[in-house]
Design a binder for this molecule. Structure first.
Ligand code: FEO
Ligand code: CA
Ligand code: CA
Ligand code: CA
Length: 557
């Protein structure tokens, strides 16, 4: 009880507005001039000096209910759910919704395109799998329902968010869509000489670019590729899509191939574009790509070419250095007769020398190359976000039970001189999961313009309400201030439906609406006749449906 009173006092503090915030952030890195250089979609990430999201909400308690629970005064509308028709061609909304990005149409906060990722297949989209082998029909569904959806959404006159299925932009991007490769792995032997590839799947989180396109990350692609008989090396990349132009479809190999979680884009002091990325595996690394050339606002989408040439760095947390992951450095390491395989890299020295012959090979087998060069294995790096206030970089390390990090933590990187292009850094553990903080297993992140981090959690469904995860109950959405008095204190804003995970939090530019995905409700279902959850509890439904909600009720401070 006492905790709640403290929290309320604190909330009125963070609601005191822009002036307090400006004071709190004074002296930190400045970002003037950035907002105007960006698309409206990215602008809000840099919109400090405002007080759009007030801190006024009363934190909720953890819950086991099969419902999306929000604080008093907030409501949600389901804008799209699995298998809903999204356009006049009859295409359907995909499975396992994850990342969302809202793109205003003509600057509107109440009508725009929503780009949503679809991460994987569930029994509800492909049916029960016999003996672990998908039938031809199941493979087709597997490829169809993963990928992305672009849908048009709007706020109607009654204050309800809806999907506009007459939209000329609405479309699916999936395992059948053709992509053009860019960067060092284009056309190389390891990719069977391919310059274009079939499809995208396992699209987990993502990020927006400074030029109004969306990046989407291929994470756990292996099973889908294998069952469909598609080459493994064609997946595990970052793709780029223009929601307003169905012909613009790229896979940027310069950003490396691994189990990509998301991207966080910013600008170095000298104008080069920087993209932070996590590899969501146990004992995997944190990366950043720095473009060779500089960002040029007048080029608009032409800046996409920046993502095909540059330096990919891996973080060495012990030396505080960003290590360039290059063919020269790997060749040098392997030429040393005393070379010893680091943990996580198998194969004889001669085999590795054969594997790594070009920069294309380096980006294709990025995780091993990074480990050879001293990249630090970490605890499942998932979402990364750059603070719009001081250029510090927040990384969710979800958890890693192989060495006792059960509840995960959020790491904060301080780049030398607040320069995203720096090659040296320091870091701290900004917040740690566990009983003391009230959250476990942080995953996706989003900033609001008050400097609060919005954090969703990913306790795996099989652990819900068991053992040391008991007190956290269902997954949730938490708000953690990064500056001021309540820095690092987590307050629960939402509780997810049973057996689900909240993913892809994304605000409209005016921060009056928060889009959020409800991923895998009723995930433990093994018999379609007996679903273990039923969210969103639609009339007439016999199965649960993942989907995207629009949350409203935010008050101006
Ligand atoms: Fe798809 Fe790392 O979560
Ligand atoms: Ca994730
Ligand atoms: Ca996750
Ligand atoms: Ca996830």
């Amino acid at each position: 009880m006492e905790k709640n009173i403290d929290r309320r006092t604190f909330l009125s503090y963070i609601g005191t507005g822009a002036a307090a915030l400006a004071a709190a952030s004074a002296g930190l890195g400045t970002l003037e001039g950035k907002a105007s250089a960006m698309s409206p979609t990215a602008d809000h990430l840099f919109g400090f000096g405002t007080n759009k999201v007030s801190g006024y909400f009363e934190p909720i308690e953890a819950s086991k209910e099969d419902e999306l629970i929000l604080p008093r005064g907030f409501k949600y509308d389901v804008v799209a759910a699995f298998d809903d028709v999204i356009n006049s061609a009859g295409e359907k909304f995909g499975q396992a919704a994850d990342y969302n990005a809202f793109f205003p149409i003509n600057g509107s906060n109440t009508r725009g395109l929503l780009a949503t990722n679809h991460e994987y297949s569930l029994i509800f989209s492909i049916g029960p799998v016999k003996d672990g082998k998908l039938t031809k029909e199941q493979i087709e569904k597997d490829l169809y329902y993963q990928g992305m959806s672009v849908i048009e959404v709007f706020l109607d006159e009654t204050g309800t968010w809806k999907m506009d299925t007459t939209s000329k932009y609405a479309r699916r991007i999936n395992g059948f869509t053709k992509f053009e490769l860019t960067g060092p792995a284009k056309g190389i032997t390891a990719l069977n000489g391919a310059t274009t590839v079939q499809g995208t799947f396992a699209n987990c989180s993502g990020g927006v670019t400074l030029w109004n396109t969306v990046l989407s990350c291929e994470e756990n692609f292996s099973e889908t590729a294998e069952s469909a008989g598609l080459p493994q090396t064609h997946y595990g990349w970052v793709i780029e899509v223009d929601p307003f132009d169905g012909t613009f479809l790229k896979k940027h190999t310069a950003l490396g191939r691994f189990n990509h979680e998301n991207t966080a884009m910013g600008i170095a002091k000298d104008g080069r574009v920087v993209v932070y990325m996590g590899d969501d595996k146990k004992d995997a690394c944190v990366y950043k790509f720095v473009s060779k050339h500089k960002y040029e606002p007048s080029l608009g989408r032409g800046n996409s070419a920046l993502l095909s040439e540059g330096t990919l760095y891996v973080a060495n947390l012990k030396s505080g250095k960003w290590v360039p992951v290059t063919i020269e450095a790997v060749t040098k390491a392997l030429d040393n007769e005393k070379f010893k395989n680091p943990a996580g890299v198998s194969g004889k020295r001669e085999e590795l020398q054969k594997k790594f012959q070009t920069q294309g090979d380096i980006v294709t087998y990025c995780h091993e190359a990074a480990l050879i060069l001293g990249g630090t294995p970490t605890d499942r790096p998932e979402d990364i976000e750059i603070s719009p206030f001081d250029n510090t970089v927040f990384i969710c390390h979800t958890n890693n039970d192989t060495h006792g990090n059960i509840h995960g933590h959020i790491t904060r990187i301080f780049e030398l001189d607040n320069d995203l292009g720096a090659t040296e850094f320091d870091f701290e553990i900004f917040a740690a999961g566990g009983r003391q903080s009230g959250f476990s297993s942080p995953d996706n992140l989003a900033f609001d313009s008050n400097g609060n981090l919005w954090v969703v959690t990913d306790i795996s469904t099989s652990s819900h309400n068991k053992g040391v995860y008991k007190s956290f109950m269902n997954n949730g959405l938490f708000v953690i201030p990064t500056i001021g008095q309540g820095k690092g204190v987590a307050m629960q804003f939402a509780s997810a439906p049973k057996e689900s995970e909240l993913t892809g939090p994304f605000f409209t530019p005016n921060e009056q609406t928060l889009f959020l995905s409800i991923q895998h409700p009723g995930e433990l279902t093994t018999d379609l006749a007996k679903p273990t959850g039923m969210w969103p509890h639609r009339k007439g439904d016999t199965i649960p449906r993942c989907g995207v909600v629009a949350i409203s009720g935010f008050k101006l401070g």
